[in-house]
Every structure is written in structure tokens, then in C-alpha cells.
Design a protein around this ligand. Sequence first.
Ligand code: DP6
Length: 356
Amino acid sequence: MSKSIDQKSNKIYSSWKSPSNIALIKYWGKHGRQLPNNASISFTLSHASTTTSVIASPRPSNEKLAIDFLFEGQSEPNFGRKIDKFLTSIRDEFFPFLYSYHLEINTANTFPHSSGIASSASGMSALALCLCDIDQQLSGQAEYNESFFRKASIIARLGSGSAARSVFPTMSVWGQHPQILGSDDQFAIGIQQNIDPVFKTFHDDILIVSEKQKSVSSTAGHNLMNNNPYAKARYHQAGERMSQLMKALESGDVETFGKITEDEALTLHALMMCSDPSYILLEEGTLSVIKWIRQFRAESNIPVYFTLDAGPNVHILYPDQYTRQVEQFIADHLQQYAQNGRIIKDFVGQGPEKLG
Ligand code: DP6
């Protein structure tokens, strides 16, 4: 059993590296306690990740949480307050040990803070894994089994919905869908065993069109879905697209995969544009990159597609066998749209890793 309890001080230690993920069918709209209004599916990434270490030291029992939070070695009172609020909301149900332990949380991202890449999925999943690990060590359990990762997915979801999907390798689904066995609103499930090997080789080159913070947060965007006149049709559409995408993933149909993925990205931004108030997160460069990708694909027959998250940056998706041609295309035509030339080269990954 991999126990990290210091016998003298009774300190318990846990460290996990957890990846970000990019949704193909988007989670956009939620209800209740962080429950999704439709099922979503994502690629787990590899390079874009957060490493979190937690040291739990025994202390006299107290109502008030005792947490020191360091982000990349610096104290970050803003993040610290958010973490404090989050842990207070889940402590009674999941981690009563927080009453009698002090936590020192150290966290760092592999991608630059200002890169426009959201860190909530990797950050919340890494923290959830550390807390579940400490809790498990305290209760004398040993295994990092299915129920461990399921619990981590629940905790990650409560921190940030999309984080629920980061705790599994390759691809995962979050949200109940009638055709996906075991799918659930409370936690994500890994689906790598059902998908064609070509999708396990996919690259995701993230072209940073703008490093600026988003003008409307995802949480505010989800809330605007409550009054969006197209919401009902959207949730129905997401369910249909999920069925079609699952078929394409199982049969290795890259073209259908690409069509659905691009349609989803544009639907997400169309929903923002028809919210009240309406808003636009796309930049001119985003549209130029999208047009170039479509033109290049039509002319070359190379299966390269785009998706977007809730921001202007473009995720360029393609199977490994086309790396040379796509890299050349990016250098010739897309690089000019990358702010400070920044493109994060990522690919489908193996999921979280326990570091200690
Ligand atoms: C567009 O998970 O960031 O990236 O649950 O409020 O933390 P909260 O929202 P968040 O929303 C992600 C939205 C998305 C689509 C997706 O990842 O599925």
C-alpha cells in the first residue's frame, strides 16, 4: 500500500498531476448542485496539466478551516478564498477530516497563467485527487480503484463541472445519456475501451489567439442558458449529437467525428451570441483560423478539425499520422494569428498521475 504518513509527525502527504480536457460535445447549462443539462464528452489532454501537493497535519479540532494555499510558490489570497469556500461546502459530506487537519496546498500549472487556457479542470481535478487520496490513507484503504476515481470525479465536478472529466485517460463522458451504459450526472466515466485507436493518437494544438482573461466567465455563461430561448432545443440536439459521435468514435469514422466536433464549437458560441445579454468571445483571428482550417481540409483532404472552448483560442485536432503536413500548414498560415506566437502542442493523454 502506498501510504505517505510520516510516522513521527502524523503528517499525510499526497501529490497528483492532473490534465486539462477539451470537450467535443459541450457542457453548457447546469442546474441544482453542479448537475449538467446535457451529457458531454472530452479528450483528456497530456501537457496542459496542474500538479498539486497537499500536506495534511493534525491540529486541534476547529470549525474554521485551516488552509495555506500557494500557487506556483506564491500566496494567492483570491484562489485561497475560493478553495476555502469550496472545501467548506463539501467538508461535512466528504471530508470530515478537515475539522482536525491543517492543509498546506501547493499547486502549479504546466501552461502559463496568462495563456488563456482555463485551469479549472486540471486544477480542481488535481485537488480532488489529493483530498480523496488523503482521506483514503486516513481510513486505511489502499487501492486506487474505480470507486476512488469515481469519488474524485464527483468532488472535481463540485469544484468545476468540466473537471469531472479530467480524472480518466483518453476520453470521458459526464452526464446521463440513454445510450451510454453507466453514464451519470454525478460523475464522469472513462470510455477509452469503446473507441477506435485512431482517436487515441489525436493531437490538439492550441492556438492562443488571445491571452486575455475572458470577459464573461463560464459560470455566468451557464447561468444565461436558464433564459436562453433555444435552451430546450440545444439540450435535445446535444443528446442526438452524442449518439452520433459515439458511433463515429467506435467505428473510427474521423469525418463524422470532425463534423460534429466543429458544429458543437460553433453552437456553443452561437448560444452565447443569443443569450440575453448577448456576448461574443470570438476574436477576428479565431474566425480567420477557422476559415483556413476548412479551406486547407477541403483542398488537401487531410482530416484536421477545430474546436473551441469558452474563449477565442482554437484547438486544432488531427490524427498523429498527419503531423508533418499539419505542422507545415500551421507554420505557413496559422502561426500569424497566435498572440506572441504561442501555440501549445498537446495530444490525447493517459489521465492523472500520482506523484507521491
Ligand atoms: C465551454 O466547467 O468551466 O468549457 O461548472 O461553472 O465551473 P463551471 O463551468 P466549466 O464550464 C466549461 C464549459 C466549456 C464546455 C465543456 O468543457 O464541456
